[in-house]
Design a protein around this ligand. Structure first.
Ligand code: FAD
Length: 248
């Protein structure tokens, strides 16, 4: 089983995000960056499929700046075999990212392309479907279970109130949702081994964006809380406010 996993470097969800001076991006100062959490599910699935088949490979791909190498090393430490950084600092949009990934993937032998269902920073949920279209492959999104038998695959997709079961042929593009598996932590042995695994850096030109961020706004601050009393004595006032102000 040969899998290609697309990984995006994103700000840690715990990070305190501030809008940059230009009002159209985030201020990277002091922000910790991590592997997009949904991409961890995609990577874990690729490693498990290879382990279950007893053969194959896991290649991780990312479009990003030089710092993205650090995230790719983590992927290698988790169990990927090789990494390719499509290096650029140019501006682009989801389609530009998908085109850069597709151009690299076309030249490779693979059974499955795995992505996260969405990137937790830009939240477009666009790249996997665009990749499927550009590669002319079936694309199955929001996948919480995946079974492969030869060239046939069955996936469970999370939909409102239940699961949708779909069948498709390989090769295909799959977007991983939380629940697909429990991603492993890199072991010490894995971290040591990752230092010797290939990480290729290729400079790429990204397509001009068809979409630009005009502005970013921080959500309005929350109103300050009010302590209305302590113990059971505060209950009547609390009930009154819930009834009159919150209309409960
Ligand atoms: C070098 C660079 C420059 C950019 N410049 C701009 C800019 O100038 N203006 C702007 O508005 N936005 C910019 N972006 C952000 C870019 O527009 C978004 O990354 C893009 O729209 C995809 O949306 P998303 O990240 O929400 O992806 P989603 O579609 O939500 O991501 C789903 C999945 O696609 C895969 N994926 C997404 N991005 C990447 C990636 N970079 N590498 C590998 N796999 C990926 C992952 O598996 C991810 O889980 C830039 C991004 C990069 C990497």
């Amino acid at each position: 089983m040969k899998s290609i996993v697309c990984i995006k470097r994103v700000p840690d969800t715990e990070a305190r995000i501030r809008v940059a001076r230009d009002g159209a991006g985030i201020d990277p100062a002091g922000v910790k960056y991590v592997m997009n959490p949904y991409d961890e599910f995609a990577l874990e699935e690729a490693i498990r499929l290879k382990e279950a088949a007893g053969e194959g490979s896991v290649t991780v791909l990312s479009v990003g700046s030089g710092e993205t190498s650090e995230i790719l090393r983590t992927a290698l430490a988790m169990g990927a075999d090789e990494a390719v950084l499509l290096s650029s600092t140019e501006s682009t949009d989801g389609l530009g990212i998908a085109r850069a990934l597709a151009d690299e993937i076309r030249g490779r032998e693979f059974d499955l392309v795995l992505c996260g269902k969405q990137a937790v920073d830009d939240d477009d949920m666009a790249v996997p479907s665009m990749l499927g279209e550009l590669l002319g492959l079936p694309c199955v999104t929001v996948v919480v279970a995946l079974a492969i038998d030869g060239r046939r695959a069955v996936a469970h997709r999370e939909i409102e109130g239940g699961h949708e079961v779909v069948e498709f042929d390989l090769p295909a593009v799959v977007g991983a949702q939380k629940g697909l598996n429990e991603p492993r932590y890199p072991s010490l042995k894995g971290i040591m081994a990752a230092k010797k695994k290939p990480l290729e850096v290729k400079e790429v030109r990204l397509a001009e964006p068809k979409l630009r961020i005009a502005s970013l706004e921080e959500p309005p601050g929350r109103a300050e809380g009010e302590i209305i009393g302590e113990g059971t004595e505060a209950v009547p006032e609390l009930v009154r406010r819930l009834r009159e102000r919150a209309l409960i």
